[in-house]
Design a protein around this ligand. Structure first.
Ligand code: CDP
Ligand code: CDP
Length: 219
C-alpha cells in the first residue's frame, strides 16, 4: 500500500462498524475516524446546556462555539475527553435529531473531509461512502439483522454492569434511530451501489476484518 488510501464504512447501529474498522486500521497501520462520535459529542453538549435537541437554532448556535477533535484515538469536546459519556443511552436517544440538521451535517462533513485529506484513513458512519468520501478507494456497507444488533448492544450493557434497560427497549431505540437516519432529507443512511455489502449477522469480528482486508489488499 504505497499511496494514501481511504476506506469508507457505513451501516446501521450495531452492525459492527467501529469494532471492525478499528481492527482493520490496526492491521493496515492507518488511522480510524469515528464520525458518529462527533455527532454524539455535539448532542452531549446540547443536553449539558439544558437545550432541546429538536430546537434547530439552539443546536446550530451551540455548534458555533464548540470544538470537537480527536487525539490519540480519544474524542475531545471543548478539550475534555468524553469517550464514555457519548455512549450513554440518553445520547443514543437524541443524537439522530441533531444529525438531521443541515448546518450540523455541513459543518461535520467539512471537518471529516479535512481529516481524510492528507493521510490514509478508515472512516465509519452513515454517509461516508455516499457524501463525505464519494471517491473513497474502498466502500463497505455493513449490515446485520436488527435482532442481532440489539442483542450485541444488550450484551455490551450487561458487560458494563448496567441492567436498567431491557433488550426490547434497546431494540426499539435502534429501530427508531434506523428509521430517522434512513428517512432524513439530507445524507440519509443508504447503501451506496458501489459499496461491498457485508452481512455480519453470523460472522465473527475476525472473519469480517479478514474479508475487508483481503478486498483492500487485492486492490
Ligand atoms: O455506534 P452506533 O452505530 O450506535 O452510532 P454512531 O455511529 O455512533 O452514530 C450515532 C448517530 O449519529 C447515528 O444514529 C446517526 O444519527 C448519526 N450519524 C450520522 O448521521 N452520520 C454519520 N456519518 C455518523 C453518525
Ligand atoms: O459501530 P457499530 O454500531 O456498527 O457496531 P459496533 O459498536 O462496532 O458493534 C456492536 C457490538 O457487536 C460490539 O460489541 C461488537 O463486539 C459486536 N460484534 C459482534 O459480536 N460480531 C460482529 N461480527 C461484529 C460486532
Amino acid at each position: 500500500l504505497g499511496k494514501n488510501i481511504t476506506i469508507a464504512i457505513d451501516g446501521p447501529a450495531g452492525a459492527g462498524k467501529s469494532t471492525i474498522a478499528k481492527k482493520v486500521a490496526e492491521d493496515l497501520s492507518i488511522e480510524y475516524i469515528d464520525t458518529g462520535a462527533m455527532y454524539r459529542a455535539l448532542t452531549l453538549k446540547v443536553l449539558k446546556l439544558g437545550l432541546n435537541p429538536e430546537s434547530i437554532d439552539d443546536v446550530i448556535d451551540t455548534m458555533k462555539d464548540t470544538s470537537i477533535d480527536f487525539r490519540n484515538n480519544h474524542i475531545y469536546l471543548d478539550d475534555i475527553q468524553v469517550d464514555k459519556e457519548i455512549r450513554e443511552n440518553i445520547i443514543n436517544k437524541n443524537v439522530s435529531f441533531i444529525a438531521q440538521i443541515k448546518e450540523v451535517r455541513e459543518g461535520m462533513v467539512k471537518i471529516q473531509q479535512e481529516l481524510a485529506r492528507t493521510k490514509s484513513i478508515i472512516m465509519d458512519g452513515r454517509d461516508i461512502g455516499t457524501v463525505v468520501l464519494p471517491d473513497a478507494d474502498f466502500k463497505f456497507f455493513l449490515t446485520a439483522s436488527v435482532e442481532e444488533r440489539a442483542c450485541r448492544r444488550y450484551k455490551e450493557l450487561l458487560e458494563k454492569g448496567e441492567s436498567g434497560i431491557s433488550y426490547e427497549q434497546i431494540k426499539e431505540e435502534i429501530e427508531n434511530r434506523d428509521r430517522i437516519d434512513s428517512t432524513r432529507e439530507i445524507a440519509p443512511l443508504t447503501e451506496s451501489k458501489d459499496a461491498y455489502r457485508l452481512d455480519t449477522t453470523n460472522k465473527t469480528i475476525d472473519e469480517c476484518v479478514k474479508d475487508i482486508i483481503s478486498i483492500v489488499k487485492r486492490g
